[in-house]
Ligand binder design. Structure first.
Ligand SMILES: [Cu+2]
Length: 168
């Protein structure tokens, strides 16, 4: 009786391992595919080895980013270091004008939603965080703090990505 249970346990362990392995592999492939940098309208997640420049951006309780604008050449990969100098949490959310506005609306409906993906981060008071982003597309993009009330108070910055063809 007891040995039957032991045998069953062993069989089920073997089964679990046999079934689990392909699942684990599938999961790894899935993750790898995801990290293959999803292209957004405003660029794609960057990789550290491609970083061409590090830019520090401060967030303040005056509901401002400093600097409030960035000039980037198309193809540059920036390490954006966000330093929160305020006593309130702040966010750095990168996107197109439309996406920022959409996100802000979502935040009003779900105020406790915390942004954390390749193009956005929430920074605790006194804390720092960073985003590595490849600005693969030319255009005017924005960064905003979407904690309800902050964006509305003017907490937004602008990224101008110029293509090499359009040198000003
Ligand atoms: Cu804020």
């Amino acid at each position: 009786m007891k040995s039957t249970r032991v045998v069953l346990t062993i069989i089920s362990s073997i089964l679990a391992i046999a079934l689990g392995l392909p699942l684990a592999r599938a999961h790894t492939e899935h993750t790898a595919a995801n990290s293959k940098a999803k292209e957004e309208a405003f660029g794609r997640p960057g990789v550290v080895k491609d970083i061409t420049r590090t830019v520090a951006i401060r967030t303040t309780d005056a509901m401002r980013f400093d600097p409030a604008s960035l000039a980037v050449k198309q193809g540059e990969t920036l390490r954006l270091q966000i330093h929160n100098e305020g006593r309130l949490p702040h966010e750095f959310v990168l996107g197109t004008k439309e996406e920022i506005a959409e996100h802000a609306e979502m935040m009003r409906q779900m105020p406790n939603m915390v942004h954390a993906d390749a193009s956005s981060v929430r920074v605790a008071p006194g804390g720092s965080a960073e985003i590595v982003w490849t600005f693969s597309k030319a255009g005017k993009f924005f960064y905003a703090c979407l904690i309800p009330g902050h964006w509305e108070a003017g907490m937004q910055g602008q990224v101008t990505v110029t293509s090499p063809a359009k040198k000003s």
